[in-house]
Ligand binder design. Structure first.
Ligand code: ADE
Length: 237
């Protein structure tokens, strides 16, 4: 069982995403649990604010250290492992990718801290956070969507979540190749036909065709992955 624990001022944002489709199934199968903690419940004084002006001036507000530390201590006290991974989604973090998702999927407890406004007090980052992660070179309004994206990509790697576990292994990035094209019925849709080879029943030919499609696509769209793929292939030889 992997436990996802999210600290956020906007817990309702998680309702739909964690209660539909594969993420819901993972919960029902006891493979994953999701605990969403409302940051407002961790103020020392309920009349206090969760944010404040930055010292030294500047635009925007910062999330205060106090409620985040309180929430973290309270969550941590329920874990057996005293040093949980604590993820802070932030555009100035290290870029998220498949291997990070795989690494995190092997943990039993993860804590996500959702930042807002201009960010969070640096002392939270220095004292609590273990992983500062960006989901791409663009800026979102808060850490909720990046957290959900990471949770989704981690959960689907857990054995028993996808009906066809093998299919996750064929996904883009598993072996540095992008995924290729897929077709389903009908064979002829508005005069556009499924490639003949897929109807041939010749498994070797089909396998070679898929690999060729994936290689060509990767070469065209992602030279960085293509270089990695080629070097792994040479190593294997
Ligand atoms: N918060 C705001 N923008 C973000 C991004 N690109 N990645 C992760 N967290 C963020």
């Amino acid at each position: 069982m992997i436990s996802f624990n999210v600290i956020t001022p906007f817990p309702a944002m998680f309702d739909a995403v964690l209660n539909e489709s594969i993420l819901l199934k993972a919960k029902q199968k006891n493979i994953a649990e999701y605990n969403i903690f409302n940051l407002f419940n961790y103020l020392d004084n309920s009349s206090d604010r969760i944010d404040d002006y930055p010292f030294g001036g500047g635009e925007g507000m910062l999330l205060k250290a106090e409620p985040i530390f309180n929430a973290f201590e309270s969550i941590k006290s329920t874990f057996r492992n005293n040093k949980p991974r604590v993820i802070f989604p932030t555009p100035d973090g290290k870029i998220f990718n498949h291997s990070k998702a795989k690494e995190l999927s092997e943990e039993s407890n993860l804590i996500f801290i959702c930042g807002h406004y201009k960010g969070i007090d640096q002392r939270v980052r220095d004292e609590i956070v273990t992983d500062e992660i960006s989901i791409g070179d663009f800026v979102l309004t808060g850490g909720e969507l990046p957290s959900m994206i990471m949770i989704d990509s981690i959960v689907r790697l857990k054995e028993g979540v996808l009906n066809n576990y093998k299919s996750a292994k064929k996904d883009s990035f598993y072996d540095f190749l992008l995924d290729g094209p897929h077709y389903t019925r009908p064979r002829d849709f508005k005069g556009i036909n499924v490639p003949e080879v897929l109807l041939s029943g010749n498994h070797k030919k089909i396998k070679d065709w898929f690999l060729n499609q994936r290689e060509e696509k990767t070469k065209k769209l992602r030279l960085d992955l293509w270089e990695k793929y080629k070097s792994i292939k040479t190593e294997k030889k």
